[in-house]
Design a protein around this ligand. Structure first.
Ligand SMILES: Cc1ncc(COP(=O)(O)O)c(C=O)c1O
Length: 458
């Protein structure tokens, strides 16, 4: 039961209204206003026949939480509306979302193309884990070069992958260009929109077919739990390519039975991915964590507005500091991605970005150790501001040469700007830069205290 007659996700309401109301289930028994946490492994069958009908999927009811749960379903409906998709699937983490989204499409012997600048965890997943499953990834060198995309297509290419605001370099991709290429080649385009969220961009409206998120980040927002989501745009015609994607066109339940395309139409991909991939590999999201995600989503636009405003202020301040070589924030006019930012991201370009210190790793160490308000953490999209040195942490497994190629210089520091007050964040960085300056002068103005004593906000 919902509270309005008008459907969500079709432009009847504004983003703020949809983030609060879309998908909500008003409990029919007690009138609980917030969709409750249905912490149950399974669901009762009234009778022998009822159980049989449920397993056959005849009445659309729930069977077992690995395949669906009312709390998760409500959050999925909210995300479907916000992304303008046809259906969504919640899973236990962003990594699980990327994995099941691609395993719904790819099988051993397949090849897929990806943009080069991606979250490092996705790269290692593709290069190492997918390789062990016989699935080969190929990263294009220049995602803006249509000719290169075309040149790299092979007879066994089955998907195209990219990130809206790539983590950590923020070198924005041109979604429309890559979507046009994927469409021309008859390939589904899968986009990780973790750093942007549907408030900043809806990849489906730019031609993506499937959207994934680490919902552990901005969507949940409070850094309390992990979650992931796969959103199906319903826009890829799987039935047109039965040789390439036989899983959607072959009889799903033995000879003569309907295929996923025949049975589920535009939702064929998501249904297959829910039941055959996630349902069997099993990365189920706990309804408890789905509830935390639901709470986070209700304030998404408010938080993102503040995140973006703070990030632009901090990036502008950093750009003026003599110790800073460059700031990778696409909202700055000096950034190479600024034209795409202006065209595609009118509400802002998120709040995760790196900046490079001239003094290399020594300067990075001083800044990371001197902040008080920023938390030294591997995470992003949290209400709290976070700081990390990628070269010695998330990208430490790469060679120095590989890091240089990716723009992960020794002096690169990554920030995830939270929703605290902007003057406090800048004051914290001013203190850290003061420590930097005093460390390089003979007579230090003040000694930075040992980090362990200063960690008061963690
Ligand atoms: C862009 C992006 N995608 C996916 C992930 C993985 O998400 P999770 O940590 O929820 O598995 C991350 C994690 O940082 C990320 O930054």
């Amino acid at each position: 039961m919902t509270t309005t007659q008008q459907p969500y996700g079709e432009g009847n309401f504004g983003f703020g209204t949809e983030q609060v109301h879309a998908g909500e289930i008003v409990d029919g028994d007690f009138g609980a206003r917030i969709t409750p946490i249905y912490l149950t492994a399974g669901f009762l069958f009234d009778s022998f026949d009822h159980a049989q009908e449920r397993f056959a999927g005849e009445d659309g009811g729930l069977v077992y939480t690995r395949y669906g749960n009312p709390t998760n379903t409500a959050v999925e409906a909210k995300l479907t509306a916000l992304e303008r998709g046809v259906d969504s699937l919640l899973v236990g983490s962003g990594q699980a979302a990327i994995t099941v989204a691609l395993l719904g499409i790819l099988q051993s012997g397949d090849h897929f193309l990806s943009t080069p600048s991606l979250y490092e965890g996705s790269k290692t997943l593709f290069r190492e884990n997918f390789a062990r499953l016989g699935i080969e990834v190929e990263f294009v060198s220049d995602p803006h070069d249509l000719a290169e995309w075309r040149r790299r297509v092979r007879p066994n290419t089955r998907a195209v992958y990219g990130e809206t605001i790539p983590n950590p370099k923020n070198d924005l991709i041109d979604l429309d260009l890559i979507a046009g290429f994927a469409r021309e080649q008859g390939l589904p385009f899968v986009v990780d929109s973790t750093a942007s969220t549907p408030y900043l961009i809806r990849p489906i409206e730019h031609g993506a077919n499937i959207v994934v998120h680490s919902a552990s980040k901005f969507l949940s927002g409070h850094g309390a739990s992990l979650a992931g989501v796969v959103v199906d745009g319903g826009t890829f015609d799987w039935g047109r390519h039965p040789q390439r994607f036989p899983q959607f066109s072959a009889p799903a339940g033995g000879p003569g039975s309907p295929s996923y395309v025949e049975r589920f139409g535009a939702k064929a991909y998501l249904e297959y991915t829910r039941t055959i991939i996630a349902g069997r590999f099993g990365p189920t999201l706990s309804p408890f964590n789905a509830f935390l995600l639901q709470q986070g989503l209700e304030t998404l636009s408010l938080r993102i507005e503040r995140h973006c405003r703070n990030a632009l202020a901090v990036a502008s301040w950093l750009e003026q500091q003599p110790e800073v070589l460059s700031v990778d924030y696409p909202g700055l006019p000096s950034n190479p991605s600024y034209p795409i930012a202006v065209r595609d991201y009118p509400r802002g370009t998120g709040s995760v970005f790196g900046f490079t210190l001239r003094g290399g790793v020594d300067d990075a160490r001083t800044v990371v150790d001197s902040v008080e308000l920023f938390s030294r953490m591997s995470h992003m999209g949290d209400v709290r501001s976070l700081i990390l040195h990628p070269g010695s942490t998330s990208h430490a497994h790469l060679s120095e040469q590989q890091r240089e190629q990716l723009g992960i210089h020794p002096g690169l520091v990554r920030l995830s700007i939270g929703i605290e007050d902007e003057p406090d964040l800048i004051a914290d960085l001013e203190r850290a830069f003061g420590a930097l300056r005093s460390a390089t002068t003979a007579e230090p103005a003040h000694e930075p205290a040992a980090p362990a004593e200063r960690v008061v906000f963690h």
